[in-house]
Design a protein around this ligand. Structure first.
Ligand code: HEM
Length: 136
C-alpha cells in the first residue's frame, strides 16, 4: 500500500509548509513537525526534499524521534538511474567506529609496551655496564 516516490518527486517538497525528507530510503512528510522539532526548523529546512539519513543519524536521535518519524511516513523511495547514491547511514559508521577506535587503542597499547620494554632493556644494560666498570 506504500506509495513510491522518485528522488525528483521528493525534491519538489522542499518548503517549510510542504517538507519531505528521505531517511534510509523511506520518505517522510515532516511538514507538520518542522515547528516542533527540538533541533530547530533550520536543520530540517536544510535537508528539505533531500536525503537526510546522514544528518538524522549523525545526531543520534532517540527511539522516540524514530517513532515520530514513522508516524510521518509518506512512502518509500524509488531509486532511478542518475539519482544520488544512498547516503551512508551513521549506523554503519557506528559499527565501524568503535571497532576502528579499539584497533587504534590497542596499537597505542602495543607502542606503549614497546617503549616500556626498550626503556627497561636500556636501563638494564646501563646498570650491568656500570657494574662491570665498578668491578674493575
Ligand atoms: C523528520 C526527521 C526528524 C525527526 C522526527 C526529528 C526528531 C527529533 C527529536 C524528537 C529530537 C529530540 C531529541 C531526541 O528525541 O532524539 C530531536 C533533536 C535534534 N534533532 Fe532532530 N529530527 C529529525 C531530523 C533532524 C535532522 C535532519 C537534523 C539535522 C541535523 C536534526 C537535528 C537535531 C538536533 C541537533 C537535535 C538536538 C537538539 C537539542 O538537543 O537541543 N534532526 N530531533
Amino acid at each position: 500500500m506504500s506509495q513510491e516516490f522518485t528522488f525528483k518527486e521528493v525534491a519538489a517538497h522542499n518548503t517549510k509548509k510542504d517538507l519531505f525528507v528521505i531517511i534510509h530510503d523511506q520518505v517522510y512528510n515532516s511538514s507538520s513537525f518542522v515547528d516542533e522539532h527540538p533541533g530547530g526548523e533550520e536543520v530540517l529546512l536544510d535537508v528539505a526534499g533531500q536525503d537526510a539519513t546522514e544528518a538524522f543519524e549523525d545526531v543520534g536521535h532517540s527511539d522516540e524521534a524514530r517513532e515520530i518519524l514513522e508516524g510521518m511516513k509518506a512512502g518509500t523511495l524509488k531509486r532511478v538511474d542518475g539519482d544520488p547514491a544512498p547516503k551512508v547511514a551513521a549506523t554503519d559508521k557506528v559499527s565501524a567506529g568503535p571497532g576502528g577506535a579499539s584497533k587504534s587503542d590497542s596499537s597505542f597499547g602495543v607502542g606503549l609496551y614497546a617503549v616500556i620494554l626498550v626503556g627497561g632493556l636500556a636501563a638494564y644494560f646501563a646498570y650491568t655496564f656500570m657494574q662491570s666498570k665498578d668491578a674493575k
